[in-house]
Design a protein around this ligand. Structure first.
Ligand code: G3H
Ligand code: 13P
Ligand code: ZN
Length: 333
């Protein structure tokens, strides 16, 4: 058993309480490789922003759980080396789908886990979440749960359409499970195609899709039921059209990719939403930068020459999110 405290990591409790009060949100960035992790830590250290490093089940399978764990431990030291005296870094399991997976992550030094029982019938979601919370709290590890289903694919959790979180269920769910934060469904979804073209309007000037607004009325009702309780938004990439255009003009094919407009995320960050999950935007930044090098310098075959620019682009992206969207800069000095 490795305690996250010995690795210099923190759980989400104090971080979320401060964020809800302060009207900003903590970035939760997924990582699967060294370049993403370096970029996340560099951006967080340079902006002094608390940060949540997320590892999905898929990331664990891709990169090896032990290696990822040591990378996260190294990330704390790297942050200090960059001059961040008191780094506030959470290591979080994204979309945990079983008690065993959550337990294994807690034993490996994770400071926070998500148990995603959102596809289960309500009572089963309650029972599973409660079991994970009981185990996690023994080690002061915080637990994120989910109520309501996002459209699209959530690791192995899938749903044809979005089912908004029912505000009338949240008090019962939080009380029965003892979870520390709650992921809700208000119209976001995972990936680079968050809305079908028929759900959007088209900007006549650019021809780009303009997505429908999020269900802020549902968020408001949830906040009323659970005053001050930390709320989480998954599927919150904005799918920057500059990246989509670079990808499409450099051999890629992402037609009609669309995300959540940043002004909606800014509005959410000022509410009880205190954790905003972003993965796809980082994938797009990386892919755009790599495709550009491949087209412009076809003779290049040193991975550092295309992964380096990809890493620089991700640093730019993460800093932009922290400073201009979530408002978490300067909150972890
Ligand atoms: O919620 C999904 C995250 O973007 C992780 O995706 O399962 O492909 O690692 P992944
Ligand atoms: P995006 O696909 O919008 O980046 O969402 C990521 C996410 O919710 C990870 O849990
Ligand atoms: Zn998610």
């Amino acid at each position: 058993m490795v305690s996250y405290k010995d690795l210099g990591l923190v759980n989400t409790r104090a971080m979320f309480a401060k964020a809800v009060k302060g009207g900003y949100a903590i970035p939760a960035f997924n990582f699967n490789n060294m370049e993403q992790l370096q970029a996340i830590i560099k951006a967080s250290a340079e902006t002094k922003s608390p940060v949540i490093l997320q590892i999905s089940k898929g990331a664990r399978n891709y990169a090896n759980q032990t290696l990822l764990r040591y990378m996260a431990e190294g990330a704390v030291q790297y942050a200090k080396e960059l001059g961040w005296r008191h780094p506030q870094i959470v290591l979080h399991l994204d979309h945990g789908d079983s008690y065993e997976l959550c337990k294994s992550c807690i034993q490996m030094g994770f400071s926070s886990v998500m148990i995603d029982g959102s596809s289960l019938p309500y009572d089963e979601n309650v029972a599973l979440t409660k079991k994970v919370v009981r185990y996690a709290h023994r080690y002061d590890v915080t637990v994120e749960a989910e109520l309501g289903v996002l459209a699209g694919v959530e690791d192995e959790v899938s749903a044809e359409e979005s089912h908004y979180t029912k505000p009338e269920e949240v008090i019962d769910f939080v009380t029965k499970t003892g979870c520390d934060s709650l992921a809700i469904s208000i119209g976001t979804s995972h990936g680079a195609y968050k809305f079908k073209p028929e759900q959007c309007t088209r900007d006549p000037k650019t021809g780009k899709l303009v997505p429908p607004p999020l269900a802020f009325d549902v968020l408001k009702q949830i906040e009323k039921k659970l005053p001050g309780f930390p709320i989480v938004l998954h599927g919150s990439s904005s799918v920057p059209q500059e990246y989509v255009d670079i990808i499409n003009t450099h051999g890629g094919k992402l037609p009609d990719a669309v995300g959540i407009p940043e002004e909606q995320l800014r509005k959410a960050a000022k509410s009880a939403v205190c954790k905003i999950n972003i993965d796809s935007d980082s994938r797009l930044a990386m892919t755009a930068a790599i495709r550009k090098v491949f087209v412009e310098k076809p003779g290049e075959f040193d991975p550092r020459k295309y992964l380096g620019p990809a890493r620089d682009e991700m640093v730019k992206l993460y800093k932009h999110k922290i400073i201009n969207v979530l408002g978490s800069d300067g909150k972890a000095k």
